[in-house]
Design a protein around this ligand. Structure first.
Ligand SMILES: [Fe+2]
Ligand SMILES: [Fe+2]
Length: 208
């Protein structure tokens, strides 16, 4: 596909991500889970944590789009597009759960989207093995982060937990795919830098 066509498609998909116009291919994992009686504080905390996860999914979309744009490897592109498709489900599930909890998505999403797109494109330009290494490390950090959310959520909030657990299992699958495609292990300094950047995003999106 011509570069310009790809750019237009990515731009359109970016707009839909930031505007929250995504339709899930799979129903929410919380579909058949009854709503629990939660205190106002528990609901508020769950909504804030879900807002952080949602923001993370916006970033994941942008990272994958940036990486796919930068790479010329057809197999890698397919893996990125498939992962991005699943991240779209995550986006939609998170959005739905935030609405149920009476919360809102992060106001800063367009900022994180733009930054992540640039980072993804830069990672993509480093070559396939590093691109995949970046993908694998991102997914591992997200997986750990989601575990932190499960630890903080009310044990009774089965609906939120179902969504997060399903995301966590998909992210582990994305990391395995990246490893199978030949991901390089990133240097510790890069991993720490990524964790520090993620910390800024997660702290800010917890509040706004
Ligand atoms: Fe995700
Ligand atoms: Fe993922």
């Amino acid at each position: 596909m011509a570069k310009l066509d790809r750019l237009i498609i990515e731009f359109d998909s970016g707009l839909r991500t930031v505007a929250g116009i995504v339709s899930p291919a799979r129903p929410s994992p919380a579909e058949h889970t009854p709503e629990a009686e939660l205190s106002a504080a528990e609901r508020g905390e769950a909504a804030a944590l879900m807002r952080v996860s949602h923001c993370g999914e916006v970033c994941a979309q942008a990272l994958y789009q940036g990486q796919a744009l930068a790479s010329d490897n057809a197999e890698l592109k397919r893996a990125l597009v498939q992962a991005a498709r699943e991240e779209e489900d995550h986006l939609a599930w998170a959005e739905q759960r935030i609405a149920e909890l009476g919360g809102t998505t992060s106001l800063l999403n367009p900022v994180w989207y733009a930054g992540s797109l640039g980072i993804g494109f830069a990672a993509g330009k480093l070559g396939d093995a590093w691109n995949l290494g970046f993908l694998k490390e991102t997914e591992k950090q997200v997986e750990r982060h989601l575990q932190g959310h499960l630890d903080r959520l009310s044990p009774r909030d089965a609906r939120t937990r179902a969504v997060i657990a399903a995301m966590q299992s998909d992210e582990a699958g994305h990391a395995r795919t990246a490893a199978a495609l030949g991901a390089k292990e990133l240097p510790q300094a890069i991993k720490s830098g990524m964790a520090a950047a993620a910390k800024v995003m997660t702290t800010a999106s917890y509040w706004v």
